[in-house]
Design a protein around this ligand. Structure first.
Ligand SMILES: [Zn+2]
Length: 241
C-alpha cells in the first residue's frame, strides 16, 4: 500500500434489522484525511450515535448510497439537529437517490422546514466524477438491489481509484469490476444470499488482498469466528486507502 493521507473507520456492519433487533449499528464508515473525519458514508439506523461516540461531531459531508433505513434512517434527525447548530450538511447521492431522500426520507420536517433549507443536496449524475474533498472525486455506479442503490469509487487527483464500495447489491459482475479498480474495496454480503444481497460464498471468486465485506449483520464476536474464511469488516476497524 502506498503512503496515504486517507483512512476510513468502520462505524457499523449491520444489515436491515440489525440496529432495531440486535443493537448493532447499520453499515457505515467515516472517511478521514490526515486523521480528521471529513465525510460519512451512509447514515442508517444506529450510525448517528456511533459518529458522536467516536468523533464527537458530524462532518459537513454525508454520502448516502440509497433510501433504505439501514443506510439513511438516522438522516432526518441528524440533518435537523445539525441545521439548528449551524452545520448545514451537504448530502451527496446519485441524482435519483437524492430526489427520493428529499421527497420521502425527510418528509417529517416539511411542516417546519423545506429540504433546501434543511441541507445542501448534491444531486450527482452517475458514471461521472464529482469533486468531494482533498483532491478526491466520487463516481457512482448502480448496483442490483430492492431499492435504487449506487456503489461508488473514490479517485485521487491523479485519477487513481483508491476506494471502491458496492453499497447494497447482489452479485453483479459489472459493479464488482467497477469497484475493484480501486486499491481498497468493500463489498456487501451476508452469510445467506437472497435476491438482493450476495452471500459470502458467492464472493469467493472476487476476494483478493484489500477486498473486505460489510453488511454481514454479524456482531464483532461472531464475525471474528468467520474471519479466517472471509475478510469481514468489524466495528472500529481502520483501513488506509
Ligand atoms: Zn438496502
Amino acid at each position: 500500500m502506498q503512503n496515504t493521507e486517507f483512512e476510513l473507520v468502520v462505524l457499523g456492519t449491520g444489515a436491515g434489522a440489525s440496529s432495531v433487533y440486535h443493537g448493532l449499528a447499520s453499515s457505515s464508515f467515516m472517511l478521514l484525511h490526515k486523521s480528521k473525519p471529513f465525510c460519512l458514508v451512509d447514515l442508517g439506523l444506529g450510525v448517528g450515535h456511533k459518529v458522536i461516540q467516536y468523533f464527537g461531531e458530524f462532518p459537513q459531508q454525508v454520502i448516502i448510497t440509497h433510501n433504505h433505513s439501514d443506510h439513511s434512517g438516522d438522516l432526518p434527525v441528524v440533518l435537523r439537529v445539525e441545521h439548528a447548530k449551524g452545520n448545514k450538511i451537504n448530502v451527496l447521492a446519485a441524482k435519483e437517490v437524492s430526489k427520493r431522500l428529499q421527497a420521502y426520507r425527510i418528509a417529517e420536517h416539511f411542516q417546519q422546514i423545506s429540504a433546501e433549507q434543511l441541507a445542501d443536496w448534491s444531486e450527482i449524475e452517475p458514471y461521472q466524477p464529482f469533486k468531494l474533498a482533498f483532491g478526491l472525486s466520487i463516481e457512482f455506479y448502480q448496483g442490483v438491489h430492492s431499492e435504487l442503490s449506487y456503489g461508488f469509487v473514490l479517485r485521487d487527483a491523479n485519477g487513481k481509484a483508491r476506494l471502491g464500495y458496492t453499497a447494497d447489491s447482489c452479485v453483479d459482475q459489472s459493479l464488482y469490476k467497477f469497484v475493484q479498480q480501486a486499491d481498497v474495496c468493500i463489498l456487501d454480503a451476508r452469510a445467506n444470499r437472497n435476491a438482493w444481497h450476495a452471500s459470502f460464498g458467492e464472493l469467493k471468486n472476487y476476494l483478493r488482498p484489500n477486498t473486505y465485506i460489510i453488511g454481514h449483520g454479524l456482531s464483532s464476536t461472531d464475525a471474528k469466528e468467520v474471519l479466517n474464511f472471509y475478510p469481514l469488516l468489524v466495528e472500529e476497524q481502520r483501513l488506509k486507502f
